[in-house]
Each structure stands twice: as structure tokens, then as C-alpha cells.
Write a new protein. Structure first.
Length: 108
């Protein structure tokens, strides 16, 4: 008998998730998201008001399509990407702001 452990570059501990509607775009696992206040859908983070982190696999969504979003929890900084699927390095100010929204970002 053997045991296989799931390893993940994004999830560092307990997370909370939900299915949310998205604006049309391509999204990447670990992408930071905000709520588009006009459409009521998730979109790539542009303003700094973090509302979620994309949990699905790389995918292109149409307006109103639903996919998985981390709504709070413990994440590894090494798994966080921008809307071009490039690694993100967070400032201390971002860490504090994100923690206030329920996202604890751990360094690896």
C-alpha cells in the first residue's frame, strides 16, 4: 500500500470557495480577481480591491459563465499570478490589505 500526497503551489491551508459569474476573458489558476461593480461579475484584479482568487484551471470564459473562486483562506504567494499568467510578488501593504479581506498569503 502507498500514500500519494497532493501538492499545490497555491493552496496553503484551509480555503473557502464559491462558484461565481465571470466577465469574458481567459483566467489562470491563482489569478487575483475583483468584482466588476457594473456587471456584478468577477474580473482580473485592476483596482487593488481583492474579491477572490481563481481556483479553476486555465480557461476562457464568456460573459456570465461560472467557475470556482477562492473567497478566503490560506494561499502561497508562489501560486499567485496576474492576468498574463505571470508570477506576482506582493508588497507588505498588499499582504495587509488582502489579510483584512480574509486572504492569508504565505511565503514559500
Amino acid at each position: 500500500m502507498s500514500t500519494t500526497y497532493e501538492t499545490d503551489k497555491l493552496v496553503a491551508g484551509k480555503i473557502f470557495t464559491d462558484q461565481k459569474p465571470f466577465d469574458a476573458d481567459t483566467y489562470y489558476r491563482g489569478e487575483l480577481l475583483e468584482l466588476d461593480t457594473v456587471t456584478g461579475r468577477m474580473q482580473a484584479l485592476a483596482t487593488g480591491d481583492l474579491a477572490g482568487v481563481f481556483l479553476g484551471t486555465e480557461t476562457t470564459l464568456a460573459n456570465g459563465d461560472y467557475d470556482s473562486v477562492i473567497t478566503s483562506g490560506e494561499l502561497y504567494e508562489g501560486g499567485i499570478v496576474d492576468d498574463d499568467n505571470e508570477a506576482v510578488t506582493l508588497t507588505e501593504a498588499q499582504r495587509v490589505a488582502y489579510a483584512a479581506r480574509g486572504f492569508i498569503i504565505k511565503r514559500v
